[in-house]
Write a protein that binds this ligand. Structure first.
Ligand SMILES: Nc1ncnc2c1ncn2[C@@H]1O[C@H](COP(=O)(O)OP(=O)(O)OP(=O)(O)O)[C@@H](O)[C@H]1O
Ligand SMILES: O=C(O)C1=C[C@@H](O)[C@@H](O)[C@H](O)C1
Ligand SMILES: [Mg+2]
Length: 182
């Protein structure tokens, strides 16, 4: 059924937390727009994120990420999936707070590792000990992710569909007017 979003719903969290999977499922179900910031960065640069990191470095990528996030947030309300590091910049947190509800998809290390271990698309995990890197990023980031408006506890055994249903209920409880039928 088609719905209207009053503000953006901005999904934050680690690589593999399900921002893209759950975000696109919710958007499909409610007929609202879904935007993935990583995909927007890649489209604007006509390069993959790995290529941007390799050629121009992480700092350059982070500046691009803020520009793209700012452009998407200025557009019509959408469900937005951010890259894992986006929420760590205070400037990005301010941009998100000004126009959306931030939702952290909180997921444990073992579940994340199970989901990302096969992927070669995430430059930050191209290390000698990717699981250790993931654990270190979790330690650094979780206190900051915890500043989100809503914390969704992802349950490892749940399907994407079940998680999307539970997340919608939690979003409705946090802000009953955010997602309304057209
Ligand atoms: N309950 C669940 N919630 C979310 N994802 C799940 C769940 N169960 C299985 N998955 C699978 O886990 C993967 C989650 O990856 P996804 O790309 O959505 O994460 P992400 O947060 O967007 O990561 P990235 O920052 O790397 O883009 C998907 O392949 C999805 O199908
Ligand atoms: O966790 C991170 O810092 C990143 C996650 C990805 O979504 C990409 O935005 C990029 O690979 C950086
Ligand atoms: Mg994603």
């Amino acid at each position: 059924m088609n719905h209207r979003l009053k503000r953006h719903i901005v999904l934050i969290g680690m690589m593999g937390a399900g921002k893209t999977a759950i975000g696109s499922e919710i958007a499909r179900r409610y007929g609202v727009r879904f935007t993935d910031i990583d995909a927007e960065i890649e489209a604007a640069a006509a390069m993959t994120i790995s290529e941007i990191f390799d050629r121009d470095g992480e700092e350059f990528f982070r500046r691009r990420e803020t520009q793209v996030l700012s452009r998407i947030l200025a557009g019509p309300p959408a469900i937005i999936s951010t890259g894992g590091g986006a929420w760590m910049r205070p400037q990005n947190r301010k941009l998100i707070a000004d126009s959306g509800l931030s939702v952290w998809l909180n997921c444990d290390l073992e579940t994340l590792w199970h989901r990302v271990r096969q992927r070669s698309t995430r430059p930050l995990l191209k290390t000698a000990d990717p699981k250790g890197t993931l654990a270190r990023l979790i330690e650094e980031r979780y206190p900051v992710y915890g500043l989100a408006d809503l914390i969704f506890h992802s349950q490892g055994g749940d399907s994407v569909e079940a998680s999307a249903t539970r997340l919608i209920a939690e979003i409705r409880a946090a802000d009953p007017d955010l997602l309304e039928p057209k």
